[in-house]
Ligand binder design. Sequence first.
Ligand code: WTA
Length: 635
Amino acid sequence: MENLQLKTFAEYKKAYKKSVKHPETFWDEIADTFTWHKKWDKTLEWDFSKPEVKWFQGGKLNITENCLDRHLEKLGNKTAIIWEPNDPDEESRYISYRQLFVKVSHFANVLKNNGIKKGDKVCLYMPMIPELAIAMLACARIGAVHSIVFAGFSSAAIARRINDSECKMLITANEVYRGSKKVNLKEICDKALEETPSIESVIVYRRTVEPTPMKEGRDKFWFDELQKAEKECPAEVMDAEDMLFILYTSGSTGKPKGMVHTVGGYMVGTTYTFQNVFQLQKNDVYWCTADIGWITGHSYIIYGPLASGATTVMFEGVPSYPDYGRFWEICEKLNVTHFYTAPTAIRALAKQSLEFVEKHDLSSLKVLGSVGEPINEEAWHWYNDNIGKGNCPVVDTWWQTETGAIMISPLAGITPTRPTFATLPLPGVQPALMDDNGEEITNLNEKAEGRLAIKFPWPSIARTIYGDHERYKEVYFSTYENKYFTGDGSYRDASGNYRITGRVDDIVIVSGHNLGTATIENAIDEHEGVVESAVVGFPHDVKGNALYAYVILYDNVEPSEELRKEIRELVSDTVGPIAKPDKIQFVNNLPKTRSGKIMRRILRKIASNDTSNLGDTSTLLNPEVVEEIKEKALV
Ligand code: WTA
């Protein structure tokens, strides 16, 4: 578990240098520590102009052998997953590496019995229960490609994702507990399934005893299928560059992007970064609070920790149930040593009485992590002081669905931290800070601000957007020649530490969730009373950002609270509840450039109540609308 760890800052610096100078040897040595059926012939082949990146070509492996089989001898009885239920009175589940191995193999045969083969796509729409981990690993075991859809998305959003990658199977649960609520996932799936012709079978895990309507011939219960399945399932031998999973992330156009990750590079990247960033020791208990429906859950609840032989916690519930002390209660109960969460959760918890924290013994904690959005100074200090008691290094980890693994972050206890800074690139990561003219700012000894690009491939980079390689090229490789563009702005201090300042495109991060404004606009525009809309983000003290929608109605439609409600519901149904705009302003017109593009920069400023300097509006086709919108702004 600790075999890949760098132990001192000097070792980090040395490794970093080597990774830049001799990237192939550097990654060869790391990849060599895994279990392969056949060693690769070629470490790296790349061309960002195509773009094409291939790592460990010719290598043969299965990631589940690295996450499970290879640990059996020494760590078979070690707890792989501790599951903590939504309701604190329900029992936690402890699943050892051996048990997980058996469960994954057994369920892999259920997939096979239902016609799933290597290369087939399987959609998972599941709550945070161990069966989600089992199902995803079972897919990987037989070489099927999982496409996990966060179980907060709407029927329409599931259908779009299933259809985009033509999934053959859907795995879900009948219901899910979330705080004091129960959500009927099967019902949401049934609605999606009306529009998904590629789905041949649906496997339903019973999380509750409620009766569940099942469609004859298509829907099958998890347990019934297990009864019919064999227990042993040899791992499918995969090429390093075979697809491991597709995970959808928001884009600047309405359509989500199915990011494709491949087996070998992703495994090496997530495991190496997991071990180095968090620095776990033998008996540590690691807890990442993300949902597995997002990349953080894929890489740092499942693949990175399990490939490292760590004990990883999965939590079904929410931080506020039964009260705002739940996270700390779990840390105390499970003796969590490594705690990894998002700034939005930290801010929400920091708003509550400190008693919720102080009631619990947090002395087991050693390392705190942050991910998903910039962490503001206040949240950083609250986390450091009240949760870490000033004793736990805070690792602010910057990365993306597309990067697969952490890119810029301190190594816990090794890299000097600085509040709000993700600090230094991990070995193998070569950031480039770009100025307004598209030139790289190369002087590392002078502070600078710009946009963040990466100029050399790393093993876990997404290889393409499923079914749309052109878009992949356009979005990530066309802004700067020969560089991957992250879509983030960044500041760099005179010691080379990076602080990520936020998105510079039409993606807004709301409570740590990536949302494309175009998708939400499309949803709003579906309303029969709506002509056009524009959605922007504005700062929010808990969510980081919240959404503000400007909506033009048809002449014969009266603005009303009722209409606002309808629009919010529509967004909830089309995208998901997380995408509901906080504010909806009805406007007669939107500021547009002469070429007809909405000038979002101005709308963003109005929504943020920052109108002292709206910048140049002279290029607008209709500058007069700015005043009008400003006057009636909901701020
Ligand atoms: C943002 C989540 C600042 C960033 C792993 C990025 C961050 C987007 C940080 C990717 C951080 C993530 N500091 N911003 N530590 N981590 N981001 O794909 O804007 O859900 O581009 O991946 O989150 O979000 P995604």
